[in-house]
Design a binder for this molecule. Sequence first.
Ligand code: FAD
Length: 334
Amino acid sequence: MEMILYSSWIMIWTKLRYMSYPEGTPTYVPKQKFIKYVDCYTEHFVIKPRYCTCVESVAYDGQTNRWMVIACDMVVGTETLYTVKFLVVATGENAVESIPAIPGFHSFHGEAIHSSAYKSRSSYAGQRVLVVGSGNSRMEIAYDLASHDADTSIVVRSSVHIMTKELIRLGMILVKYIPVTVVDSLIVNSANFVFGDLSGHGIVRPKLGPLLLKSKTGRSCVIDVGTVRLIKNGVIKVFGGISKIVGNKVSSFDAIVFATGYRSTANLWVKCMLNSDGFPKNGGPNHWKGDSGVYCAGFARRGLAGISMDAMSIANDIISTEYPFAPLSTDHVY
Ligand SMILES: Cc1cc2nc3c(=O)[nH]c(=O)nc-3n(C[C@H](O)[C@H](O)[C@H](O)COP(=O)(O)OP(=O)(O)OC[C@H]3O[C@@H](n4cnc5c(N)ncnc54)[C@H](O)[C@@H]3O)c2cc1C
């Protein structure tokens, strides 16, 4: 499956296997409707997530040929041991917040938070706020701040595709019939027409088109929510990368929001198949498969489409191990 949009809604193509959205669901599914859909899904298929439970360690017992998984209930603090033949690690590339090491960071006396902690825009009204990062979170938080009277600046360090959600949707439809480079060229030209030349504001496009870039590197484009207009109007100011912070006068900001992404931590407890960065030790195409029945899904920097492919490969592998004569599924849902 392929999820395309961010924060408050999700494109209708982001559906799970074996259950469509209810009749009349809008193309851009609002967050609450999506949550309801997921709740219906778990109820229908009797999936019982163990909420507030954190896996703390994993070890393979060669005597019983089983994985021993210790998980802690974060509410009551009790530990449970799960003994399983197959273990699928799907804890995501975005397990914990990542803030880059910036020289002088500790000398900044204003508020410095990660985007995941950004909750209340009202508390920034009248303040000078710098939003650091490269993706959708940066652009959405900057828009939110600037629309609520914060004096907002962003840092743009690397190239980025800024698109509209309609153009991305069009691209995803066309790419089924037309070569991706042609589609990319079409939607980039259209986006340039919509947004104009933003290079004067420090925003330049990567060489690869947005769809090709996503499929090759997993890097998503930025979907504009109105931020570009505020940048062009000078309401949001744009700076290049920050190399250091000097005291609380760091460029005179009262607060910094680091929309600098997340990182995987599964390597701390699945050392056997993930490297120190939390990504599979195996290169493709079998990056999802470890030894003795351990698998990982969603660690190949390929977005939801990649996760879907990993999930299908893993399910097929487990089925072929358990039921060698069962037919395997070949279709993927994006
Ligand atoms: C703000 C934001 C917006 C995004 N928007 C998009 C988008 O529009 N389109 C897109 O394709 N991708 C988007 N992504 C990337 C997106 O997060 C992934 O594509 C997708 O959610 C990954 O799914 P996943 O199931 O692999 O991991 P996750 O959705 O991260 O799920 C992993 C789960 O594992 C749990 N977990 C972690 N460690 C443990 C542990 N030790 N024990 C127990 N549970 C654990 C976590 O709590 C979490 O519930 C976005 C990411 C962020 C941060």
